[in-house]
Design a protein. Structure first.
Lengths: 212, 498, 83
């Protein structure tokens, strides 16, 4: 009889201890994470783009973190001017830090690659720009149209590399535009918050403080 | 509530008598039969589904323009579907079946509330279908190992797992043994730990780096506090059972159990080394990862010493072949993991295919092989007939055995090249990708071999369930003839072991 | 979740002490005596008293010494039938 109680209390103690250490205590410390004044919350379109990013599983090949330059070459590679800090992720729900780099890190892709055209063509088929790329193509984020059918004011892109028949162009769907808007918003190059900024709230993740 | 003491203390000193234990075994098996058989059947279906997803994902990495027009087949979704189908569909269903079969045998009484366990199994599998469909349709929750939609798929797992746990705990509560064998500890602990971590992991309020910490707190504990304990429980049961001798050191097994729980549960942050988390959290996990040496060596020493000088048994027992393979893999994957948690190694292996290969050593070479071995032992006893063909077992073992090597070695090498290229800031991304490509193709070949092995296994399981043209009068537990070598032939008549 | 880490610290300390207390209780009640005998729990009579085909003669002798003579006869195809 006593063995059962030993087992039960021990098993529960273990998990409660681990949860306290790795979940609860960090949760209480989240109040110390400052919201950077230079970081705005995602706009509606960028937020939708982030949903597309999550839904397509981009995280399985791309990370969103710059590691300490002292012991890794992330910074040297040009992925960011500094290591990323918790404040950089206050608006990210869920996180997309990633554990795989089949492709490059993306936390500062908005700085490295601000061209919408590049992103759209790349997403439509990565091999139109880089023959060696193994990234999936996302043709369903685009509508293929005859170039003749494009009306004034419509945004369209032509695709090099023989990935589209002659006379055809691509027009992004709303999700395609949203995804690119999200990617362009990925910039974490401002200096680390000093501590005077408002604190991030833990429950709900969003703070009342948003920049226009 | 507690068990009555055995008729005499002497009963502990010697195994119980023939008639009693046969009766107990038959009653235990009869009570768990319905649930265990269905759990195993479900698990084999998910094994095939998961293998298909895995193959598609693997091919897409070196044939990236294949099947791109349908969003349900995009790499990011198929890869998640593969992980979830294998971890929660194949492995967990098999583990549910093995658990409900082993517990009654070890507490010497029938499975209680078996209808709850059966209902739990159905809930679990409904959750699986909804979860996989949700991922493929694009409704992933976005967290690795937690992709299945938390509001309309995950509750099925909480309910399902809870019902099976209820049945198991009720059975243990009315046990007819005076002591709990170590496998019972592991299984009980797993069924208590899993719902807690699952709920904590899926809780919807986290964001930012906190969400990352909770994500990997959950995911690593799904490995260490759910998958590992049940598979160790199986190994601790089948190895002594087939060899006919007790575990080398029971004290060591208890030490192994408690240190496993205490250290494993703190490992989660080693998936985020170098990342934007407080250093104390990451250091805690690195230290805890290093301390994992203790439970791993405890298990390794115990199993090796029990098997010592009796490795000949592997020629006779297919179950033991798979389970010993799995146990050795457990030691290796854990040592590999300890190694990879050290920052200097992690600097090169993080974000590479080395991690993916490591995950498969754990989930395949350890978990899956042990589940194969367990199913090879359990099905004849529940169906009352012997496996149909020793050849099929042999083909299964060798295709997946070789398949694993073809999978893991190229993939690890690919990951190492990838890591070294990534660490060199002057190398282009093209160089990084080209470095990993040959290994990715090797991995696809390995994956195909594994899938062939799974098809062989599934076919054999199907033949077993179907029964049919069995020789009449074949008793249950009639052993398959062993692999007789030329040396043995003269001295060996017939007979063998499952 | 609990907002105060003092509460958490106290709760986990209490739980830990409870576990240690239960451990000592179990020890005093003799739950850890004869611990090696508990390793025999999964083994039934026909697991231990029957010779295995892969065992050497000395291992078979060991088995007879520890668990008694084989319960089953030497019928080929059944446990213990190995020569």
């Amino acid at each position: 009889m006593t063995r059962i109680w030993l087992l039960l209390t021990g098993v529960l103690a273990i998990i409660i201890f681990a949860t306290s250490l790795l979940v609860v205590i960090p949760n209480t410390m989240i109040g110390q994470v400052r919201i950077p004044t230079q970081l705005a919350d995602y706009t509606a379109q960028q937020a939708r783009g982030r949903e597309v990013y999550v839904s397509e599983g981009c995280v399985y090949c791309h990370s969103q973190q710059v590691r300490d330059p002292v012991y890794t070459s992330d910074k040297e590679r040009g992925w960011g001017p500094r290591a990323t800090v918790p404040s950089d992720y206050v608006y990210d729900k869920p996180h997309q830090l990633g554990t795989m780099r089949t492709g490059p890190d993306l936390i500062n892709i908005g700085v490295r690659q601000p061209s919408e055209q590049w992103h759209h063509v790349h997403l439509f088929n990565p091999r139109s720009l880089m023959s060696w790329s193994i990234m999936p193509a996302f043709p369903y984020l685009y509508t293929v149209r005859d170039s003749a059918s494009i009306k004034a004011g419509e945004v369209f892109y032509s695709v090099p590399g023989g990935k589209l028949p002659a006379g055809k162009v691509i027009v992004p769907t709303a999700d395609g535009d949203a995804l690119v808007a999200y990617l362009k918003s990925l910039k974490r190059t401002y200096p680390v918050p000093t501590g005077d900024e408002p604190a991030a709230r833990s429950i709900g993740g969003r703070s009342e403080h948003t920049m226009p | 509530m507690s068990a009555t003491f055995p008729p005499s203390v002497v009963a502990l000193a010697s195994p119980i008598t023939d008639m009693e234990n046969l009766d107990i075994r038959l009653r235990a098996d009869a009570s768990s039969r319905q649930v265990a058989l269905r759990a195993i059947a479900f698990s084999v279906v998910w094994l095939l589904v998961g293998s298909a997803f895995g193959l598609i994902a693997s091919f897409k990495l070196h044939m990236p323009d294949w099947l791109v027009s349908n969003p349900a087949l995009t790499f990011g979704r198929i890869r998640s579907a593969h992980l979830n189908a294998m971890a929660y569909g194949w492995a967990s269903s098999a583990m549910l079946g093995v658990s409900v079969w082993i517990i009654p045998r070890l507490v010497h009484t029938e499975l209680r509330v078996p209808k709850a366990a059966e209902a739990g199994l159905y809930f679990w599998n409904i959750g699986m279908v909804l979860g996989i469909a949700g991922i493929l349709a694009g409704y992933s929750d976005g967290l690795e190992w937690l992709e299945m939609p938390r509001y309309w798929a995950d509750p099925f797992f909480v309910i399902g797992g809870g019902l099976v746990g209820l049945s198991l705990l009720s059975t243990i509560a009315v046990r007819e043994v005076d002591h709990l064998y170590v496998s019972v500890w592991y299984i009980m602990a797993a069924f208590i730990w899993f719902p807690i971590i699952f709920v904590v992991g899926n809780w919807p309020t986290y964001s930012g780096v906190e969400s990352a910490a909770v994500n990997w707190f959950y995911a690593h504990n799904a490995l260490g506090l759910w998958l590992t304990p049940v598979c160790l429980a199986a190994a601790y049961y089948f190895i002594p059972k087939i060899l006919g001798r007790p575990i080398y050191s029971y004290q060591l097994s208890l030490l192994g159990f408690w240190t496993l729980g205490f250290f494993y549960s703190l490992n989660g942050m080693h998936h985020l080394i170098g990342g934007p988390l407080p250093t104390w959290m990451i250091t805690t996990s690195v230290v805890a990862s290093g301390l994992m040496i203790i439970p791993v060596m405890a298990v390794g020493v115990n199993q090796h010493m029990t098997l010592n000088k009796r490795f000949g048994a592997l020629r006779y027992s297919p179950t033991l072949r798979f389970i010993v393979f799995g146990s050795v893999a457990y030691t290796l994957v854990s040592l590999q993991g300890v190694f990879m948690a050290f920052r200097e190694v992690n600097r090169l292996t993080h974000f590479t295919h080395v991690t993916v290969a490591h995950a498969h050593v754990g989930l395949y070479s350890f978990v899956t092989m042990i589940m194969f071995g367990s199913i090879y032992y359990i099905l004849p006893r529940l169906l009352g007939r012997e496996w149909v063909s020793e050849k099929l077992i042999s083909w299964h073992f060798w295709t997946v055995g070789i398949g694993q090597i073809v999978y893991l070695v190229p993939l690890t090498v690919a990951g190492m090249f990838q890591g070294v290229a990534m660490a060199d800031a002057t190398s282009t991304w093209e160089a990084v990708v080209r470095a990993m490509l040959p290994g990715l193709i090797g991995r696809s070949i390995g994956g195909m071999l594994l899938t062939i092995g799974h098809c062989v296994f599934a076919w054999h399981v199907f033949l077993m369930f179907r029964g049919g043209k069995q020789k009449q009068g074949l008793r249950p537990f009639h052993e398959v003839a062993p692999i007789v070598t030329r040396r043995d032939k003269a001295s060996f008549v017939a007979g063998g072991v499952k | 979740m609990l907002p105060s880490s003092l509460t958490v610290t106290l709760a986990t300390t209490l739980l830990g002490l409870l576990t240690v207390a239960v451990f000592f209780l179990a020890w005093k009640r003799g739950q850890f005596d004869r611990i090696s005998q508990q390793a025999l729990l999964p083994l039934d009579d026909d697991d231990v008293s029957v010779a295995r085909p892969w065992e050497t003669p000395s291992q078979r002798a060991e088995r007879v010494e520890e668990f008694g003579p084989p319960a089953k006869g030497s019928t080929p195809g059944i446990w213990g039938g190995a020569q």
